[in-house]
Design a protein around this ligand. Sequence first.
Ligand code: ADP
Ligand code: ZN
Length: 517
Amino acid sequence: MTPIQALKDYYGYNSFRGNQEDIINSILKGNDTLVLMPTGGGKSICYQIPAIVQPGLTLVISPLIALMKDQVDSLRTNGVEAAFLNSSQSTSEQRFISQEIQKGKIKLLYVAPERLFGGAVPLTEILQSSKLSLIAVDEAHCVSQWGHDFRPEYLKIGKLRKAFPTVPFVALTATADQQTRRDMAEKLGLIKPKWFISSFDRPNITYRVAPKRNSFDRLLEFLEFHQKDTGIVYCLSRKNVEDTAEKLQEAGLSALPYHAGLDRDKRASNQEKFIRDEVKIMVATIAFGMGIDKSNVRFVVHMNMPQNVEGYYQETGRAGRDGLPSDALMFYSTQDVMTLERMLENSDNPEYVEIMKSKLNRMREFCQTSTCRRQYLMNYFSEKMPDPCGNCDICFGKENQQDMTIPSQMLLSAVARLKEAFGLGYINLVLRGSKSSKLQAEHQSLSVYGIGKDRTEDFWKKLGNQLLQEGYLAEAGQKFPTLKLTPMAWEKLKTKEKILLAMDQSISSKNQKSQHE
Ligand code: ADP
Ligand code: ZN
């Protein structure tokens, strides 16, 4: 059978996507092969079709037992003989599978890396007595300490390579920076591997980063633009997940929680409801999503900054697999950066901490960038993107930037005159020359008192928020939020340089509106 025939017969698809066909041919020629393809790109077919068309057995190493079962079930539904071996099975079950393999009845065998050596029925024994034609390593970045998801068990795969020196390997991942790529090939012991690197760009995803203030209200605003849509809201902790899901439910939205602390049945049933569109919003920790094949996810929200760009890209990549316009929104605060830094410090491996800190730093840089978000991401994955994308908050902002120098100077000066001890509401009163009793008498004699009275309260509020968003102002204060000037703001005040701001930029920007008109 030819690969294209297998694609039609077993999957019902008419043509290969991207470089799937070249990858399959490289594997069939017996090359070691490395596949870098974004989530949803169609990696599975790249090793499943060689497994189908070649005689013998293909071993698939995959990190998560839960995913394995799904993959095997779906292969079986398509008429492909597949099985998995893991520690949840009884010895007699494992024996049975082993016999099936020896009879040549199984085309694909899924195992977790920890099951490679040892176990009730030793795998190497099973493999030695069958014809092994290919070894596929899924989520191959897990082998690298440089990656964001290092799993020490993956290092055992190198030993497997030595046990089967003539069997070709294919390693697949959706996420790897330069360093991780090289390390992956080395740790797996690949021999002159052929590299296949697909474009990582997901042009249908709109990227936005918003400051984390009143983030729940802003989430509700955002969700108004996605009323009939399905999406994922990621939170950092289990407690945040619970709280957010509950608040969304109270707001009348269809939302359920998902995190590793829920019992198995609950988790499975919530996930199932999401996949079947019976619930619209899955509020989850990053435990949710790996291996979930749902094409119509319209949005992914991060309530907190993720730990690294790889993770962020993988998670946002779960949106828009069907190619239709989709939204990725992240709430960012320097507070989150500090929390994540502290979490890292709990590790006792200094080298690991070092790597993770530098990744965290790149993530922060992404949030603070004033150039196109997609260009930043593509550059991160070593892909060239010469022009700004026109489909991220930065690009939208550049289109409607306005000269806001004079009012910005007024507002920033007011913050300075008030000794950085007040919030935006109070500053508004001062600028507009309010007679409110809330105003301290001495502030009526400040030079900034009333200088902004010909603008509306709403204008100053928006301007203040924009100055916060663009990093001129920062929030401080323990009991109530106060505003302070950042070094960039002091610099601008001193040099009297122009201040350009995207005044219409908000998370409900024109792109979202036009999609729903
Ligand atoms: P990945 O592992 O890269 O995230 P998958 O292998 O899960 O991606 O594939 C994503 C989706 O794309 C699946 O639903 C798969 O059936 C589908 N797909 C893969 N290849 C093709 C193709 N050539 N034509 C149509 N759909 C495809
Ligand atoms: Zn852009």
